[in-house]
Design a protein around this ligand. Structure first.
Ligand SMILES: Cc1cc2nc3c(=O)[nH]c(=O)nc-3n(C[C@H](O)[C@H](O)[C@H](O)COP(=O)(O)OP(=O)(O)OC[C@H]3O[C@@H](n4cnc5c(N)ncnc54)[C@H](O)[C@@H]3O)c2cc1C
Ligand code: SF4
Length: 341
């Protein structure tokens, strides 16, 4: 059995107290939300904080407010979001993404903040200490070489969060709070293309809430490719949101790929192409081609990079057909149970 290493533990009951601890402890401290990712990573020695600052007792992080748009406390569990009718009806892309994270048991504990800040993944990194030691570790933790791309100067570990692409497609913003003050960051600017340093968030900042604009006619969806329908990280995902006028001509669009790079990929090219068009079969196919060019899967997660890239047009097709109003219920069920060797 793998055990947790020793660590100091704080459980503040306010954000003010939590940011003060973070400021004092510096990079030795990490935030603990549901712990469904951080604690296994600590057992395997991938993440080695000397201090954990639990967010569990901070009530304001569990708040949900539904005024003009939504404010979701970062400490809301994924189950709470799944059970929320406003999220389900107004932001189906987010609801669908949440519904395919991990398992029901994990979603009872896992939080939306933890999912947004989820560590990137790689088959050379998500291993126990002995395994990683045997390859002399890697650039992301304790080593110097990237075994996936040996000439790369940055880690290429995969962004594996399900909710981030969905939130980017929905145009969400997050609030980051530190002892120095607070700032709002667009979700599209929150990530960077480096698997070791994958977020713009500073270690002394707490992500306190997710802010969503009112949808006012926007439609959204999320499609996820994984080996096992019951539980698996994404190996490709497509999040899409569009706003069309009365006759179906697209006025605004956001399409995002997940799990094919170290950060979610929002396509400016696809948005530009879609605006002014209707979702005809030809337009959908061309959008799939544009999105496939963007995908940069590597050989560091499940299934081959070539196959995952080939799947991009199909998944874009499913997403846009759903937004067009096609009935995709059976297709979604089939894909949810899909397995491929
Ligand atoms: C078997 C298994 C399957 C899984 N499958 C999936 C999957 O399909 N899709 C998926 O997306 N994830 C998956 N996960 C990963 C994980 O369960 C989820 O991403 C979950 O939402 C993480 O949330 P948490 O609250 O448990 O985060 P934690 O583990 O507590 O934290 C994760 C990271 O976020 C940081 N953090 C947490 N909250 C904040 C905050 N408010 N501000 C700043 N930083 C913060 C932590 O310091 C840590 O770095 C899986 C995990 C397991 C064990
Ligand atoms: S992509 Fe390279 S550096 Fe990053 S975790 Fe994998 S092997 Fe390590």
């Amino acid at each position: 059995m793998m055990r947790l290493p020793p660590f100091r533990f704080h459980s503040p009951d306010s954000i003010a107290e939590a940011v003060k601890i973070l400021a004092e402890e510096g990079t030795d401290a990490m935030l603990l939300a549901g712990g469904t990712d951080l604690l296994p990573n600590m057992k395997r020695g991938q993440q080695t904080p000397k201090t954990l600052v639990s967010l569990r007792r901070i009530k304001s992080l569990r708040e949900f407010s539904n005024g003009s748009g939504l404010k979701l406390g970062a400490g809301m569990t994924l189950t709470e979001l799944l059970e929320n009718n406003t999220v389900r009806e107004m932001y189906p892309g987010l609801w669908q993404a949440v519904s395919v994270v991990a398992t029901p048991l994990l979603r009872n504990t896992a939080t939306i903040g933890g999912n947004i800040c989820l560590d990137t993944r790689c088959s050379y990194y998500n291993q126990n200490e002995d395994w990683r030691k045997a390859i002399n570790y890697c650039m992301k933790k304790d080593g110097e070489t990237c075994w996936v791309a040996t000439t790369s100067e940055t880690c290429r570990a995969v962004s594996s969060t399900d909710t981030a692409p969905a939130l980017i497609a929905l145009g969400a913003t997050v609030r980051l709070v530190s002892a120095d003050g607070e700032r709002l960051v667009d979700m599209k600017d929150l990530y960077q293309d480096d698997g070791a340093s994958y977020m713009q968030r500073r270690p002394d900042e707490i992500l306190t809430e997710v802010i969503l604009d009112p949808m006012n006619g926007w439609r959204s969806t999320y499609w996820k490719l994984r080996r096992r329908g019951s539980v698996d990280f994404p190996i490709l995902s497509v999040a899409a949101a569009i706003h069309a006028d009365g006759d179906g001509t697209i006025e605004e669009a956001r399409i995002v790929l997940g799990a094919v790079s170290s950060q979610p990929l929002l396509s400016a090219g696809a948005a530009e192409f879609l605006v002014g068009n209707k979702l005809t079969d030809e337009v959908i196919e061309e959008t799939g081609r544009i999105m496939a060019k963007l995908a940069k899967p590597r050989g560091n997660t499940d299934l081959t990079p070539i196959w995952r890239k080939k799947m991009v047009p199909s998944f874009v097709n499913h997403a846009l057909r759903e937004l067009r109003g096609d009935n995709v219920t059976e297709l979604r069920k089939r894909i949810a149970h899909q397995a491929r060797d």
